[in-house]
Design a protein around this ligand. Structure first.
Ligand code: PLP
Length: 401
């Protein structure tokens, strides 16, 4: 990413972005302090007045702005090459706020990819639909049909993920963003599975990119957080107001953890992508495996798309595989045989994690809906951590029995 953020490369930016600007006793701390104060005061009442009135930058109340959270937001803005970024209490809060920039009035139409994260599906289909949004699920792999529906239904926004969960299909994000914009829709990309070392949605033309920072950005399995980055500073300001008024803001301790995670983001994602690729190759050659879903594999239907969209063709740390002839019972017993890999429902951690979509991410879908999406009962999703791939392979071998 030469040229990003004033000519710096990604790993340099990740190490430095959001560096503290305030001094402590006249000295410059090298890392951002965790500022826990919920309110701030000034010697001068005139200054307080101006800060409260928004005429002068400053801190008055932690829900409005906090230095540790601000540092994280600056770092995310730098990594996404955004005009501004806003941190939220979770990925879900970031998604809700980002969609609200475009579609929030009763009758507004919102297009959502039918392959979206289960929590997003439930949020839009229940709460947002009940508030009056016309929520419509769309198939992003049928571009002519998408274009037809965009022209016919005039959505205010389109929300999608570039790598679908759990099958890791690669959406032609460039074409989808262009089609949505031609129809006048705002575009929100949830890039949780495709973090900025490999993908930058704003450069592609998306209006907002959101992340569950609980995943790769935090990266250590110890924080719940969300971020939204915008190309347009006015939208970033609007998002900030939304966070301030709904109260879905991130706390300073959490912001610190995500900021610390960001320092090693490039290294982690590079290693996790390499591990995922080597595991994918090994699983392809294993007779116990029916199919491997990973766009890093040359034979995968998403391989060419990943090559176009993702830096260096790296396809991220998540792969899925179908165990030959396994039913639900056998998959559950497989989960119990892992000794190293944890059967925990998240991704992007230092620890490798395995998830059974049928009982976790896609539990809310009927068996027919899952079958329609190709999410069969014998599929497991695997998120590569930072362990030695040889130990992971040995654990997979043990679990497959
Ligand atoms: N988006 C995606 C793609 C996810 O996988 C998740 C959670 O798994 C979320 C959003 C929600 O993030 P959070 O749990 O931080 O609210």
């Amino acid at each position: 990413m030469a040229g990003a953020g004033g000519g710096l490369h990604f790993d340099t930016l990740a190490a430095h972005a959001g560096a503290p600007s305030d001094t402590v006793g006249g000295a410059h701390p090298t890392v951002q302090p965790i500022v826990t104060a919920s309110s701030f005061w000034y010697e001068s009442a005139d200054t307080l007045d101006r800060v409260l009135g928004g005429e002068e930058p400053g801190y008055v109340y932690a829900r409005y702005a906090n230095p540790t959270v601000r540092a994280l937001e600056e770092a995310v803005a730098a990594l996404e090459q955004a005009a501004g970024a806003v941190a939220f209490a979770s990925g879900m809060a970031a998604i809700q706020a980002a969609v609200g920039l475009f579609a929030q009035r009763p009758g507004d139409t919102l297009f959502v990819s039918e392959d979206c994260y289960g929590g997003t599906y439930t949020l839009v289909a229940s709460i947002l639909a009940e508030q009056g949004l016309r929520v419509r699920f769309v198939d992003l792999f049928d571009l002519p049909q998408l274009e037809f529906r965009l022209a016919a239904e005039h959505p205010k926004a389109l929300l999608f993920e570039v790598l679908t969960n759990p099958l890791q299909r690669v959406v032609d994000a460039t074409a989808v963003v262009e089609a949505a914009h031609r129809a006048g829709a705002g575009v929100v990309i949830d890039a949780t599975f495709s973090p900025p070392p490999i993908f930058q949605g704003l450069r592609l033309g998306a209006d907002v990119v959101v992340h569950s920072a609980t995943k790769y950005l935090g990266g250590h399995g110890d924080v719940t957080a969300g971020v939204a980055a915008c190309g347009d500073p006015a939208r970033a300001a609007e998002l900030h107001t939304a966070g301030k008024l709904t109260g879905a803001v991130l706390g300073p301790h959490e912001a610190y953890l995500v900021l610390r995670g960001i320092r090693t983001l490039g290294l982690r994602v590079e290693r996790q992508s390499a591990t995922a690729l080597s595991l994918a190759h090994a699983l392809c050659a294993d007779a116990r495996i029916e199919r491997v879903y990973y766009p890093g594999l040359p034979g995968d239907p998403g391989h060419a798309g990943a090559g176009r969209l993702f830096r260096g063709g790296a396809a991220g740390g998540v792969l899925s595989f179908a165990i030959r002839g396994a039913d639900r019972e056998r998959v559950l017993r497989t989960l119990e045989r892992f000794r190293l890999v944890r059967p925990a429902p998240t991704l992007g951690d230092c620890l490798s994690l395995v998830l059974y979509p049928v009982i976790a991410s896609h539990r809310g879908l009927t068996p027919e809906q899952r079958a329609q999406r190709g999410i069969h009962d014998n599929i497991l999703r695997f998120s590569a951590g930072l362990e030695d791939p040889r130990d992971l392979l040995a654990d997979l071998d043990r679990a497959l029995g």
